[in-house]
Design a protein around this ligand. Structure first.
Ligand code: CTP
Length: 421
C-alpha cells in the first residue's frame, strides 16, 4: 500500500482564503449531488513545488455544469457553460475557476483534436501530457486534500523530470513537444531519458499540428519569464527548425530578449517584439512564410513586415549627419514594436541614438497650427494646406520654429516668397 498524502494544510497555506473556502463548499455541494470533485493539473504541480498559481482547474466525476449552476447560486458571480464539452467557468470578484466533467480522449489520427467522452478521474488523468501535470487532489469532505498520483508525478517533481504518460503521447498531440520544452526550461527540470528519445522521434509529427495551435504554444512561451531558454533548447533538439529552418535560438537572441525585457519592464515585452526579434534574421519571403503558417494577426504580421523593412533602412539611420526631420521621415509610420526591435538589433550606436531620439521625443512633435488655422490665415483650401503643414512639421522637428506665432510668421514668409517667385 502506498502512503496517503494529504495536502489540506498546504492548500490552506498557499492559496487565498476565498479560493480555499470555495473549494471546501464546492466539495460539499458535489458530494450532496452524488458527484466527486478534484483539483487537477498545473495548480497541483505548483502546490507541491510551493509556487504561486491561483488558476483552479476542477474535474467532476459526474456533470460539471450541474455543479457549476449550484455553486453560482452560492457565490453570486458569472457562469459560462459549454454543454458540448460539459465544461463551465465561474467568475466572481477577481477569481476564475474552470470546471470540467471527467473525460477520456481518443485521437482519430495524429494531431487531430481528440474525440471526447465522459469518463472517470483515472481516464481523465491518463489523457494528460506529463506526469507532473497529471495529479489530482480530492475535494470531497471525507477525503479533502488527498493527493491522487497515479503516474508518479510527485516522484518526478522530486527528481526534476518531465515525463510523458505513454509512448503515443507526442504522436497523439505534438504540441506537447513544445509544452515539454516549456516546462523543462521554466522549472529547470530535464526531459526524462525515454521521453526525450520519444520527443526526438516524434518531431516530424509537429507537421500534423495546425499553425494556429503552434502559434498558441509560441504565445505561451513568450509569456514565460525567459522564453529564450525554451527557444535555445528547441534549436538544440531540432524543434525550432520545424517552425522555420532559418530561425535560431542562439546567444544573440537571448541577449536581445533580455534587453527587450529591461526596456519594457515591469511589463513583459509584447509578443510582436519577441517575434520580430526571433524573425529578424529571415528574408522578407521567409517572414511571409512564417506569417501565413502561424496565421499571425494583422498587427503582429505588420510588426514583422515593418521590422524587416526598417532593417533595410538602418544604414541610412547610421548617418551621423541626419537632421531630426530626416530621422522622423525614416521612422514615421512603423509600428512601435518594430522600431524597438531595430533599436535592439542594430549594431550601430548612431542608428540606435537616432531611433531613441525618435521614440523619446521626435514622434511626439507636431506643429501648433492646424489646417483650419491655415484657412483662417487666408490660405485657399487645396493640396497646399497639406504641403504647408508638412513643411511646418519639418521646421518644428529641426528646431527652426518653437511657437505658434513663429509658425504663423514662417508661413507668411513662405507665401510672400511664393508671390515673388
Ligand atoms: N493538458 C494536456 N495536454 C495539453 C494541454 C493541457 O494534458 N496539450 C492538461 C495538463 O494536465 C495541464 C492542464 O491540461 O496541466 C491544463 O493546461 P494548461 O492550462 O495549458 O497548463 P497548466 O498545467 O495550467 O500549466 P501552466 O502553468 O503553463 O499554465
Amino acid at each position: 500500500m502506498t502512503e496517503t498524502i494529504n495536502l489540506a494544510k498546504r492548500i490552506e497555506k498557499q492559496l487565498p482564503a476565498e479560493l480555499v473556502n470555495f473549494m471546501l463548499v464546492a466539495g460539499k455541494v458535489a458530494v450532496s449531488q452524488g458527484q466527486n470533485l478534484y483539483l487537477v493539473g498545473g495548480v497541483v504541480r505548483d502546490l507541491l513545488l510551493g509556487k504561486p498559481n491561483f488558476d483552479l482547474d476542477l474535474v467532476v466525476e459526474g456533470d460539471a455544469i450541474d455543479l457549476a449552476h449550484q455553486l453560482i447560486q452560492i457565490n453570486q458571480g458569472k457562469i459560462t457553460t459549454h454543454p458540448r464539452f460539459k465544461t463551465a467557468k465561474l467568475q466572481w470578484d477577481k477569481w476564475s475557476v474552470d470546471l470540467a466533467t471527467a473525460r477520456s480522449e481518443t485521437y482519430a489520427r495524429p494531431g487531430a483534436l481528440p474525440s471526447v467522452k465522459p469518463g472517470s478521474l483515472t481516464s481523465d488523468l491518463f489523457r494528460r501530457d506529463f506526469t507532473i501535470n497529471a495529479m489530482a487532489i480530492c475535494l470531497n469532505p471525507g477525503r479533502y486534500g488527498e493527493l491522487i498520483d497515479l503516474y508518479g508525478g510527485r516522484d518526478d517533481l522530486e527528481h526534476k523530470l518531465v515525463r510523458i504518460l505513454h509512448e503515443q503521447s507526442f504522436t497523439d498531440d505534438a504540441t506537447r513537444i513544445w509544452r515539454g520544452l516549456r516546462y523543462e526550461q521554466r522549472l529547470n527540470f530535464h526531459l526524462e531519458r525515454e521521453t526525450l528519445e520519444l520527443l526526438k522521434r516524434d518531431i516530424p509529427m509537429l507537421d500534423t499540428i495546425s499553425g494556429d495551435r503552434i502559434r498558441y504554444e509560441l504565445e505561451c512561451i513568450f509569456g514565460e519569464e525567459r522564453p529564450e531558454k525554451v527557444l535555445r533548447r528547441a534549436e538544440e533538439l531540432g524543434v525550432l527548425l520545424r517552425l522555420h529552418p532559418a530561425l535560431r535560438g542562439n546567444g544573440w537572441l537571448a541577449e536581445k530578449f533580455k534587453q527587450a525585457r529591461q526596456l519594457t519592464s515591469p511589463n513583459l515585452p509584447p509578443i510582436g517584439l519577441y517575434l520580430a526579434l526571433l524573425a529578424y534574421r529571415l528574408s522578407d519571403k521567409e517572414s511571409e512564410h512564417l506569417i501565413s503558417y502561424l496565421r499571425l494577426s494583422k498587427p503582429i504580421a505588420q510588426t514583422l513586415r515593418d521590422s524587416l523593412s526598417l532593417k533595410a533602412k538602418l544604414k541610412s539611420l547610421a548617418d551621423p549627419e541626419l537632421t531630426p526631420s530626416r530621422i522622423h521621415h525614416l521612422l514615421d509610420g512603423y509600428s512601435s514594436p518594430a522600431i524597438t526591435a531595430n533599436l535592439l538589433a542594430s549594431d550601430s550606436p548612431v542608428a540606435r541614438q537616432h531611433i531613441q531620439l525618435f521614440l523619446g521625443k521626435l514622434r511626439y512633435i507636431k506643429p501648433a497650427l492646424t489646417g483650419n488655422d491655415l484657412l483662417r490665415l487666408g490660405i485657399a483650401p487645396g493640396p497646399q494646406i497639406k504641403e504647408l503643414l508638412e513643411r511646418l512639421h519639418e521646421a518644428r522637428l529641426d528646431g527652426k520654429v518653437r511657437s505658434k506665432q513663429g509658425e504663423k510668421e514662417l508661413v507668411k514668409g513662405w507665401l510672400t516668397q511664393k508671390d515673388i517667385s
